[in-house]
Ligand binder design. Structure first.
Ligand code: BES
Ligand code: MN
Ligand code: MN
Length: 464
């Protein structure tokens, strides 16, 4: 039995209740109305880190929300692991779609979580996963089973693009010195199919506004000759892809790294059940780029998606009007070696070029992030693989994920550090959606696995 297991078993209920308390804090970074709660959450994380046995715990201010730092140094001969995660959460709206209030956590059983899952905003993304590391630290300290120096860096702006984190890394290079970054903010394929994420997509996010006439007009008096910005925006958006779902933004695919046949074959070995996928989100067919499988479309291929679109009259009943303006928010998920700034630039040029002379177009870049791939031949990957194999009873498969954690590329660029993405969520945990949840099984699997990661990483580092 692993050294920490008895302690974890004995303190199981408390470990669950402390997470539930953290989940009660609505730390929504996007909404200024919750700024006080975000700061209160940073304080709660700092307090929990101290209680778990971390030293030199600090709430470090940034231009935005603070970063919580803490460390447990055991020996200058031991390797150092920098644990990164985020305590901020996505907005919970639309609230009426939640079966129970987003910040009043409850444990309920589901088909995929027969042992129960904690329902709350942030349960999986990322408070539940951050808290596994806090509780794993406590278990290691109390079981006298610390093998690595551990540093924690838990931020409060991940869900709004981590705008102040690169300057933070630059300002605290010495404090953050480490051998590897360990992140639990991703998922596994299924509870009986453990996996390690080895790639994240980048992101370029823009808002577009199309202006037609200088004011809203009567659609009978003016309709037919006045340009309708909503119609035009829809046509412009529709023209961004062809019938094979290839993105037509000039130069968009220029830097995309194509995977070799061998790499694609290896990827295809990760199980994917298309019928189950369609059933789980209730769709009639999968969509996407010709020539690629659904898992490839969601990981190694870039995308362009409208995230929101608005304009004109959307209230009750009918109002006959030609709006002056129409807007949309558009995200592009990027893959190696696409650069978010270049893509934003290419998009801007293309979108301006396709606008008819009857309208004006304004494009506002929002946040972006670099894609990242993490190595599978490193001792850190081997340590994560051995740890998961021990707790799941099955060797994890490497897997490229579709989501983005922009700071991962910055860890490499600024601190020269590689990252291991050892997450424990499921795609079906509804992160960013109503009824977000995190399996009790997954939470404790993480708490059991993390100490084994440190143990294997220390052992493998000593050998190399
Ligand atoms: N934890 C997610 C990213 C994620 C989830 C990656 C599951 C892989 C598997 C993270 O909190 C997130 O939501 N990132 C944002 C990007 C950010 C710039 C808002 C995303 O991917 O949309
Ligand atoms: Mn996250
Ligand atoms: Mn998120």
């Amino acid at each position: 039995m692993a050294a920490c297991s008895p302690y974890i078993e004995t303190h199981r209920d408390r470990f669950l209740n402390e997470l539930i308390d953290l989940l009660r804090i609505p730390s929504i970074s996007a909404d200024p109305a919750y700024a006080g709660d975000v700061v209160r959450c940073a304080e709660a994380v700092a307090q929990q880190l101290t209680a778990a046995g971390a030293e030199n715990v600090e709430i470090i201010p940034t231009e935005g929300f603070p970063v919580v730092y803490g460390e447990k140094m055991v020996s200058e001969h031991a390797p150092t692991v920098l644990v990164y995660g985020h305590y901020d959460v996505q907005p919970a709206v639309p609230l009426e779609l939640w079966d129970s209030p987003a910040f009043e956590p409850v444990i309920k059983k589901t088909d995929l979580h027969p042992e129960g899952a904690i329902f709350a905003r942030g349960a999986c993304d990322d408070k539940g996963q951050v808290f596994m590391h806090v509780k794993a630290l406590e278990a290691m300290v109390q079981s006298d089973a610390l093998h690595c120096n551990i540093k924690f860096m838990i931020e409060g702006e991940e869900e709004v693009g981590s705008a102040h984190l690169e300057p933070f890394l630059e300002a605290h290079r010495d404090k953050l010195a480490a051998d590897i970054v360990l992140v639990s903010d991703t998922g596994i394929i299924a509870n009986d199919v453990p996996s390690i994420t080895v790639g994240l997509r980048g992101l370029s996010y823009v808002e577009v506004e199309v202006t037609g006439p200088n004011r809203d007009l009567h659609s009978g008096l003016y309709g037919g000759a006045a340009p309708n910005p909503i119609n035009i925006l829809c046509e412009m958006i529709a023209s961004l892809k062809n019938e094979d779902q290839r993105i037509l933004v000039e130069g968009f695919y220029e830097d995309v790294v194509e995977l070799s046949a061998a790499e694609r074959k290896a990827m295809a070995e990760a199980p994917f059940d298309e019928a189950e996928y369609k059933r789980s989100i209730d769709i009639g067919a999968v969509e996407g780029e010709e020539g690629y499988s659904a898992p490839e479309r969601m990981s190694i291929r870039p995308t362009l998606d409208v995230n929101g679109i608005w304009g004109g009259y959307t209230g009750d009943g009918a109002k006959t009007v030609i709006a002056s303006k129409a807007s949309a928010k558009i995200s592009m998920r990027l893959v190696p070696n696409q650069d978010p700034e270049k893509i934003t630039e290419l998009f801007t040029r293309h979108f301006n070029a396709i606008a008819p002379p009857s309208v004006k177009v304004k494009i506002t870049p929002m946040h972006g992030g670099q894609p990242a791939v993490t190595p599978t031949d490193s001792i850190a990957y081997q340590a994560a693989s051995a740890a998961m194999e021990a707790t799941f009873g099955r060797k994890p498969v490497p897997f490229r994920g579709g989501g983005s954690i922009p700071i991962v590329a910055s860890f490499e660029q600024i601190l020269g550090l590689k990252t291991v993405l050892m997450g424990f969520g499921l795609d079906s945990d509804a992160i960013h959606s109503p009824n977000e949840h995190y399996g009790v099984f997954n939470y404790f699997k993480g708490i059991e696995t993390i100490p084994l990661f440190h143990e294997h990483f220390a052992r493998l580092s000593a050998k190399s």
